[in-house]
Design a protein around this ligand. Structure first.
Ligand SMILES: Nc1ncnc2c1ncn2[C@@H]1O[C@H](COP(=O)(O)OP(=O)(O)OP(=O)(O)O)[C@@H](O)[C@H]1O
Ligand SMILES: [Mg+2]
Length: 220
C-alpha cells in the first residue's frame, strides 16, 4: 500500500465561519495504481490532494505514505519526502514568476542535490516531452495558460516521482495538448508510477483504474 489514510478531517476558519470540508476520508491506493478523484466544485478535492502531497496537515486522521506515518514527521523530513518522492501538479500551476521555464523545471533536480549541468539537461528533456522546447527562456507571465500548465507538468514529472498527484492537469488545454499530456501520464503509469488525479472530465477519468467520488466530505 503506497497511500493509506483513515478518518482525514479538514476545514477552514474564515472569521466567524467554520467551513468543514473533509469529514473522514479513508483512502487506500496501491503502488502502481492510477486513481481518479471526481466531485463537485468546492467538495474538497484540492484540499485532499494538498494533504496527500504533505503540503497541508489535516486537523484529524492518519496518513501513512509507503508505511511511514508522515504526520508525525518534522517539517524538514517532510520537505525531503516532497522533493524526492512526490510530484505535484497544482490546479493554479504555482510556477515561480521570476524564473523562466528552464529554471522552474530545474528546481526539483536542484532540491534533490543534482549538479546544475545535469539538472539543466534533465530539465530540457522534460520540457521537450511536454512540447515546450521553444519556450525554455520564457517566464510564466510570457506563457499562455496551456503553456503554463505544461511547464508545471514538466516540473512535477521530471524527477519521475513514485507518487504523482495531479489537480485538473488538462483543465486549460486544447484537445491535442490534452491528449499528449494524458499520454505522458499513461506512460508514467505503465512504468510503475502511482497516479492520483483530480478531474472533472469523465473521458480523462476513464483512463484511471478506479474512479472515486468526493461527496459530503467523504470518498465513495
Ligand atoms: N484557504 C482557504 N480558506 C478558506 N476556505 C478555503 C480555503 N481553501 C479552500 N477553502 C474552501 O474549502 C472548500 C473546498 O475547497 P477545494 O479547493 O478543496 O475544492 P475543490 O473540490 O478542489 O473545488 P474545485 O473543483 O472548484 O477546484 C471550498 O468551499 C473553499 O471555499
Ligand atoms: Mg480544486
Amino acid at each position: 500500500m503506497l497511500v493509506s489514510t483513515a478518518g482525514l478531517q479538514h476545514g477552514y476558519r474564515r472569521g466567524p465561519h467554520a467551513v468543514e470540508v473533509l469529514r473522514g476520508v479513508d483512502l487506500e491506493v496501491d503502488a502502481g495504481e492510477f486513481v481518479a478523484i471526481m466531485g463537485p466544485s468546492g467538495s474538497g478535492k484540492s484540499t485532499l490532494l494538498h494533504i496527500l502531497g504533505c503540503l497541508v496537515r489535516p486537523l484529524a486522521g492518519s496518513y501513512l505514505l509507503a508505511g511511514t506515518d508522515v504526520l508525525s514527521l518534522p517539517e524538514k523530513e517532510l520537505a525531503a519526502i516532497r522533493a524526492s518522492r512526490i510530484g505535484f501538479v497544482f490546479q493554479m500551476f504555482h510556477l515561480l514568476p521570476a524564473l523562466d521555464v528552464l529554471r522552474n523545471v530545474s528546481l526539483p533536480f536542484l532540491y534533490n542535490g543534482i549538479a546544475p549541468d545535469r539538472a539543466r539537461r534533465l530539465a530540457l528533456a522534460a520540457i521537450g516531452r511536454v512540447g515546450l522546447a521553444h519556450r525554455v527562456d520564457h517566464r510564466p507571465c510570457e506563457l499562455s495558460g496551456g503553456e503554463m500548465q505544461r511547464a508545471a507538468i514538466a516540473r512535477a514529472l521530471a524527477v519521475e516521482p513514485e507518487l504523482i498527484l495531479a489537480d485538473e492537469p488538462t483543465g486549460n488545454l486544447d484537445a491535442a495538448s490534452s491528449g499528449e499530456i494524458l499520454e505522458l501520464f499513461a506512460r508514467l503509469h505503465r512504468s510503475g508510477r502511482t497516479i492520483i488525479m483530480v478531474t472533472h472530465d469523465p473521458a480523462v477519468a476513464a483512463m484511471a483504474q478506479r474512479i472515486l467520488r468526493l461527496e459530503d466530505g467523504r470518498l465513495a
